[in-house]
Design a protein around this ligand. Structure first.
Ligand SMILES: *Cc1c(COP(=O)(O)O)cnc(C)c1O
Length: 346
């Protein structure tokens, strides 16, 4: 790996971050707060939230088995994705490499930040080759994006290739594990200590059932987390979100229960889909959605919209011609979808 200083934009490396009132006074013994120009009325929403979300991180660290200094929290994973561009990629000069197809936000953030986005096509099994990704890099490649289980293909990427890529790439590897709760493959969080150039992304939006509160997590070395914290908005995770996340962490057993149920429903839905006359192929999934190749994706998508059922049309995505991406719902929702597709006349 190059040094973190070599990988960081010079202006960010030397940046002195904004210091908020809540940064400067961190003690808990004071009882009169006249330092932040807050309104003394309208408790509890009148006070600025903890800019570093320490209580939430402390609770989270018990479940994730990663200490709080290795955790960055943001307004969705999308904030962390944007921040890695802003921290490490010089606009108009640096580039990033990513698998294709994958989650669309990596390219959008690259485009917003005027950073060249180099795509390397997955193979017929939706797997990647570390050598092919490395061959697409040059001395200006700062980041490589991987997503496992991948969106929209649904499959885990091969662990040996992920490990090889992290070991051999000189820059930072962003591994998006938004769906790893639904996979049998272990998270790379367990190996964070071994890989100083790895950033693991997770989110409250999927298994945790909290897409509305907008909370994403990045796990990495203390030094990388320090850079992300330096450039984030001071109060990027609001108080309501921090409180709701803490209350979710207290009912971890319920989340495990949802995940078990959704995996069973995924297997049920995939098996039923195999029987439909409009199905050409079902791709195996390690996530809470799956990709189905159908006889005519556009026609079936529009038919389902007419029935009040929305799936994701991935027809125009690389390697996904005539594919629909189906999120696993409740048994009732899944049966509503299946009944509509049984009635469909191609
Ligand atoms: C849904 C999803 C996310 C979640 O993003 P948030 O901003 O945390 O809601 C991240 N990565 C991938 C690949 C996703 O599909």
């Amino acid at each position: 790996m190059k040094t973190l200083q070599e990988l960081t934009r010079p202006n960010i490396w030397k940046l002195k971050p904004y210091s908020s009132a809540r940064d400067e006074y961190k003690g808990v013994t004071a009882s009169v707060f006249l330092d932040a120009n807050e309104n003394p009325y309208n408790l509890p929403h009148n006070r600025y939230p903890d800019p570093m979300q320490w209580e939430l991180k402390t609770q989270l660290s018990k479940i994730k088995k990663v200490s709080p200094e290795h955790i960055f929290l943001g307004n969705g994973s999308d904030e962390a994705i944007d921040l890695v561009f802003r921290a490490f990629c010089e606009p108009g000069k640096d580039n990033v490499v990513a698998i294709d197809p994958t989650y669309g936000m990596y390219q959008v953030c690259a485009d917003v930040n005027d950073v060249e986005y180099r795509k390397v096509l997955l193979d017929g099994n939706f797997q990647f080759s570390a050598d092919k990704l490395l061959a697409a890099t040059d001395e200006h490649t700062k980041l490589i994006f991987l997503c496992s289980p991948n969106n929209p293909t649904g499959n885990d990427l091969l662990r040996a290739e992920i490990e090889k890529l992290i070991r051999e790439f000189e820059g930072l590897v962003i591994l998006d594990e938004a769906y790893s709760d639904f996979s049998e493959a272990p998270s790379f969080l367990e190996e964070l200590d071994q890989y100083p150039n790895l950033i693991v992304l997770q989110t409250f939006s999927k298994a945790w059932g909290c897409a509305a509160i907008r909370l994403g997590m990045a796990f990495a070395s203390v030094e990388i987390i320090g850079i992300l914290n330096k450039i984030k908005y001071p109060y990027n995770v609001n108080q309501l979100t921090q409180q709701q996340a803490i209350s979710m962490l207290h009912k971890y057993y319920e989340i495990e229960c949802w995940v078990r149920t959704l995996k069973e429903e995924r297997d049920y839905l995939e098996k039923e889909f195999e029987q439909l006359s409009c199905t050409v192929k079902i791709y195996p999934s390690d996530a809470n959605f799956f990709l189905a190749k159908v006889t005519d994706a556009v026609k079936i998508y529009n038919y389902l919209v007419g029935e009040g059922i929305i799936v994701r049309n991935r027809n125009s995505i690389a390697l996904c011609g005539n594919c629909l991406r189906v999120t696993v719902g409740t048994r009732v929702e899944n049966n509503t979808l299946l009944d509509a597709l049984k009635k469909y006349q191609g």
